[in-house]
Unconditional design. Structure first.
Lengths: 482, 430
């Protein structure tokens, strides 16, 4: 429940496609017909405008609408199952926080399940469950995401419940205190008592010196403990406004009725002035950074982070292909070398962060007994050097592309999966169909390009290295030795 | 299954060009001989790695080239060799399945490598407090029963496994009367049937499901297993015992009562432990089943200082649920929730196939899942409350706490009413 994705979606993007203004491929009248009907007599804030559509794979289509108050609405009609996914994305994440107040975006996500002006504490979830709904939420560096999946017949009530908490949340001291304790326990679970969680946090905090990506989305423990009701109120009034949100509705519904209900529920909300995040550009990294830790763990661990481009950068897609060549599946170069051939590691993973701003190309390795982090690092360096000396074969490239295609399609099996994919690309790139654009872009990628990118991005001077030494005797206190 | 063709389950959905395909058997790790725990799992994995006598590198590259995944899951009562593939690669995927099942190389050096990898997996588990607690919980609840044995095996049992054991295991597992084929996604019935038949006719005849293990029995009183791990800021707590099986007449009634107790985000456990007190990020109770009754368990993970009060509260809630039951309002809410949420149990072809496989693999009548809502609607409040008293034993309960014993051991012991046996085990005990 209420999870923080660690590595985001295993997909990447291509340059954005523009929305088209062709009529909807969905059943019934074109959207402009029913928006005209809905807008008769409506005030400017309540008016809904159809801004065009995007092909979403061969069979489906995303329609984009905007309400006069700035609320974005993306809809995909799909009657394969009698359910509707109702997702709300806010363009606020931990990047919008400041030192001393880290973790408030995530704490606030928890608080959104509490009392509202018309619902007592606990009633929101209770009613959703009675409707048969599944609900969850997640917060990450760039965004906050609330997801509800519901039987089609319950759509209208979900719109009432979800719109209520966008503007009518009630924040009281005891609930804030209790939720802070829950989040502190979540932090103990994910970070304090979890080797990989705590190491990952150190990696980002070491790799970034100025950008807000340097603090964890869950927040530092002392910040979590220090939040007040006033902090939460301020955050809510600043960021939870219709013009900072996108609704993604996917599934079995009648588009005109859905838009009519959304107009009824959200049309009265006023837009707000959303401040720019307090960003400081991260300076270029010019030398390797290292941090050594001692943890209660049976074998050495190694976590590397190479500076990587933002999701919207043209290099991101080919780098994600390179990541698949190196780490995707048992036949990938690094997994084969370290796990299978040399039997140095129990687990090897690599991933490229899918963020608005430049992030990290992360590598995590858990050593087998008898191997040290330095031995692992030497083996990784050897394999990365091999990318330059031994060109990536066309077979390796085709395998990587096939894995990326499989990953995208697997995420689209349910209405919830489609809504998550659409919303993610919308809030990070402004293009809800970018997942499919990415597939088209794969055909352009050549082995030589991956070699060039490897040389540019996977260089020692732009990386951060965290070595975790296993604590040999339990009596020795865990600690850090830089 | 019949003498002339395989049992094939199919749910077609061509909206996404993917096909899930797999072969399941009704014989699993419960059949592993004493001292060879982990055999079924390792035999299946070796078979998958050496399909058609090829090297694992060749097999893995082939799977990736297809845009596919293929894995083997071994459970107590069955094994599933299954995966997902891009529609355009379906023919090659089924050819690979056929080579996996009918012509595995089973090379000895690869078996030894696999054993070393499995040992590394066992080592990795030491990093997961949740898995360690779960391991000791199952060992204690099902002491002396096959469900208490490890599916993955131990260092000692892995060392004892040889290629001859693997061959015997696979010959037992994959026979004509043992296997079920399942397909979901963008595949036509005829194509699926042909692919299944091509494999089935090359399998040895005979087989069938072995007898289910004996029904596990609640016994041993209230027991505490304290898994001692240094420097824990947080604990893992599991409380429970034997649950129910879908063939029990009061299974649905118990399921409904458990929904009120700890089955959802607004259930009693979550409200009392998380929402009111903030003691644990999660607080749930669940019922599992296999071919026999599996465990009823409550799971929380409070910080070390809250472990004892959290345990005391959980016992209070459990005893209240058992003795006073659930209210009419709670009953009606849970009934509506279970019926309405069924939409998500079957909203994809893969899930629908999963339900039908579950019926066939766990000795449930055909259509059992289709009757879910009808059966829930027929339950009365009295039946739900009676099911709790009938199925959940307050006398025989296992409590597993993973934490730092020196810091909280005494408080934990005192928080458990009527505690009988207590055992402290170092976290790295195999």
């Amino acid at each position: 429940m209420l999870s923080i994705p660690r590595q985001g979606l295993a997909v990447s993007e291509q340059p954005m496609s523009s929305p088209t203004s062709s009529p909807s491929a969905t059943k019934g009248a074109p959207p402009s017909t029913f928006t005209q009907r809905l807008n008769r007599g409506a005030s400017r804030d309540r008016q809904i405008h159809h801004l065009g559509g995007y092909a979403f794979g061969p069979l489906l289509r995303i329609e984009r609408f905007a309400m006069g108050n700035g609320l974005s609405i993306l809809m995909v009609e799909d009657h394969a199952a009698p359910t509707v996914a109702y997702h709300t994305w806010f363009r606020v994440g931990s990047r919008h926080e400041s030192p001393g107040k880290t973790g408030i975006a995530h704490l606030f996500e928890h608080l959104m399940f509490n009392e509202t002006e018309h619902l007592a504490a606990g009633e929101f979830d209770r009613e959703l469950e009675e409707l048969g709904a599944e609900s969850n939420a997640s917060t990450w560096l760039d965004w906050t995401h609330y997801e509800i999946a519901v039987p089609s017949s319950a759509f209208a009530r979900v719109a009432e419940l979800e719109s209520e908490r966008m503007q009518h949340l009630v924040l009281r001291g005891p609930q804030v205190e209790s939720e802070k304790e829950v989040v502190a326990n979540e932090r103990r679970y994910r970070v304090e008592d979890d080797v990989e969680g705590s190491v990952g946090e150190k990696l980002w905090a070491t790799a970034f010196e100025r950008h807000p990506y340097r603090w964890p989305t869950i927040g530092w423990m002392q910040d979590i403990e220090g939040f007040t009701v006033e902090d939460c109120e301020k955050f809510y009034r600043t960021y939870y406004a219709p013009n900072n949100a996108t609704l993604v509705i996917v599934g079995d519904f009648d588009p005109e009725r859905v838009l009519g209900k959304l107009q009824e529920m959200y049309g009265g909300y006023r837009s707000a002035t959303i401040p720019d995040p307090p960003l400081e550009a991260e300076p270029e990294q010019t030398a390797e950074r290292r941090l050594d830790l001692i943890k209660l763990t049976p074998t050495w661990k190694l976590n590397l982070g190479y500076r990587s481009p933002a999701l919207g950068h043209p290099d991101h897609l080919p780098l994600s292909v390179l990541s698949e060549v190196l780490f995707g599946g048992r036949s990938s170069r690094l997994v084969k070398a370290l796990v299978r051939d040399r039997e140095m590691a129990g687990d090897v993973r690599g991933s490229l962060s899918p963020l608005r701003d430049p992030g990290l190309f992360e590598i995590f390795v858990s050593a087998r007994e008898g191997f040290s982090a330095d031995q692992l690092l030497a083996a990784i360096d050897e394999e990365l050097a091999r990318v330059l000396t031994e060109p990536i074969s066309s077979d390796e490239l085709e395998r990587a592309k096939a894995r990326i295609e499989l990953g995208l399609l697997q995420g689209l099996m349910t209405n919830e999966g489609k809504a998550s994919t659409i919303g993610f690309y919308e809030v990070v790139l402004g293009n809800p169909a970018a997942g499919f654009d990415r597939l088209l872009g794969l055909s352009e990628i050549r082995p030589q390009q991956l070699q060039e990118l490897s040389a540019r991005y996977l260089s020692r001077k732009s990386r951060t290295v965290i070595r975790v030494e296993p604590q040999t005797a339990p009596a020795v206190a865990a600690g850090e030795a830089e | 299954m019949s003498a002339v063709g395989p049992a094939v389950l199919l749910e077609r959905d061509a909206a996404i060009p993917l096909i899930h395909a797999g072969i399941s058997t009704r014989s699993g790790a419960d059949e592993d001989p004493q001292g060879l725990e982990g055999l079924t799992r390792i035999a299946g994995r070796l078979m998958r790695r050496t399909a058609g006598g090829k090297s694992p590198d060749e097999v893995d590259a082939r799977v990736d080239r297809m845009g596919a995944s293929l894995g083997l899951d071994a459970g107590h009562g069955g094994v599933a060799l299954s995966g997902v593939v891009l529609e355009r690669s379906f023919t090659d995927f089924m050819a690979l399945l056929e080579e996996t099942l009918t012509a595995p190389g089973l090379a000895e050096d690869e078996l030894e490598r696999l054993k070393r990898e499995t040992s590394a997996e066992l080592m990795e588990i030491l990093d997961s407090d949740q898995q360690l607690a779960q391991r000791w919980f199952l060992r204690s609840v099902f002491a002396g029963h096959p469900y208490g044995r490890s599916v993955i095996g131990s260092e000692r049992s892995l060392a004892a496994i040889g290629v001859a054991d693997v061959r015997r295991c696979l010959e037992r597992e994959f026979r004509r009367d043992s296997v079920l084929f399942g397909f979901a996604g963008a595949v036509e019935a005829e194509r699926a049937q042909q692919a299944a038949h091509s494999i089935w006719e090359r399998l040895p005849s005979g087989g069938g499901a072995p007898p289910a293990p004996p029904e596990p029995v609640s016994e041993g009183g209230r027991r505490l297993v304290f898994v001692d791990k240094p420097e824990r800021t947080q604990t893992q707590i599991l409380i429970g015992g034997i649950g129910s099986h879908p063939s029990d007449p009061d299974h649905f009634a118990l399921l409904l009562a458990n929904t009120v107790f700890g089955g959802t985000f607004t259930a009693r456990l979550t409200q009392e432990v998380r929402s009111k007190r903030g003691w644990s990020y999660g607080a749930y109770s669940s019922l599992g089943y296999d071919r026999r009754r599996q465990a009823f368990s409550m799971w929380t993970f409070p910080k070390a200082e809250d472990a004892a009060p959290c345990l005391a509260l959980e016992f209070e809630l459990l005893e209240q649920w058992w003795s006073a039951g659930i209210s009419e309002a709670e009953f009606l809410w849970a009934q509506r929730y279970l019926i309405q949420s069924q939409a998500f149990a079957r909203d994809t072809a893969t899930k629908r196939i999963g339900l039908r496989l579950d019926e066939m693999l766990n000795d449930l009548p055909e259509g059992w899942h289709d009757q879910f809502s009808e059966r829930i609607a027929a339950i009365t409040l009295e039946q739900a409350n009676a099911a709790v008293r009938n199925r959940i034993s307050l006398e025989h309960l296992t409590v597993v706490v993973l934490g730092t014993h020196a810091a909280i051991g005494d408080d934990v012991r005192r928080a458990i009413p009527r505690l009988g046996d207590e055992r402290v085990v170092p976290f790295d005990t195999e």
